[in-house]
Design a protein around this ligand. Structure first.
Ligand SMILES: [Zn+2]
Length: 151
């Protein structure tokens, strides 16, 4: 999914290349298709001048193509970003699901241990197990030697 931006970038590059080619071709055509001006009937010579019409029409049409390609690139970028968003969202959802599964499995194991701790003193009523250090104390001992009070 990392190369998902490639399409819109490629479209943009193509548009720019067409624009540059259009400008170059416009200038070349300006020189190639020079306009004949019959100026000065005195010498009846024909002067040739740069064909601005050809040059400008080529440049303007290439600018239009470039704009169209930019619009196309915008659409492509938008759809790519939507795809990325959906992709990230789906990733997030699966990640969250994994997290919740972990949590629930942890919780169930925690529950199991607390159950074990709770059931331990019940087994023999004469003693109690310190939840902090695990030392087994008699019932008349209200505080474990580690300082933990009897639960
Ligand atoms: Zn203790």
């Amino acid at each position: 999914m990392n190369d998902s931006h490639r399409n819109s970038d490629t479209i943009n590059v193509i548009g720019t290349v067409i624009l540059i080619i259009g400008i170059v071709l416009g200038i070349i055509s300006g020189f190639a298709f020079q306009v004949a001006n019959s100026s000065g009937s005195y010498y009846s010579r024909v002067e040739y001048s740069f064909n601005w019409a050809s040059c400008i029409s080529l440049i303007v049409s290439s600018i239009f193509i470039k704009v169209e390609f930019s619009a196309l690139a915008c659409i492509a970028r938008a759809s790519e970003e939507t795809t990325m968003m959906v992709y990230r969202l789906m990733n997030q959802i699966s990640y969250n699901n994994a997290q919740t599964n972990n949590k629930t499995s942890k919780k169930s194991s925690e529950n199991a241990t607390t159950l074990n701790q709770q059931t331990a003193p019940v087994v023999s009523t004469n003693i109690w197990t310190c939840p902090k250090c695990g030392k087994i104390n008699y019932n008349y001992v209200t505080t474990c030697s580690c300082g933990e009070p009897k639960p």
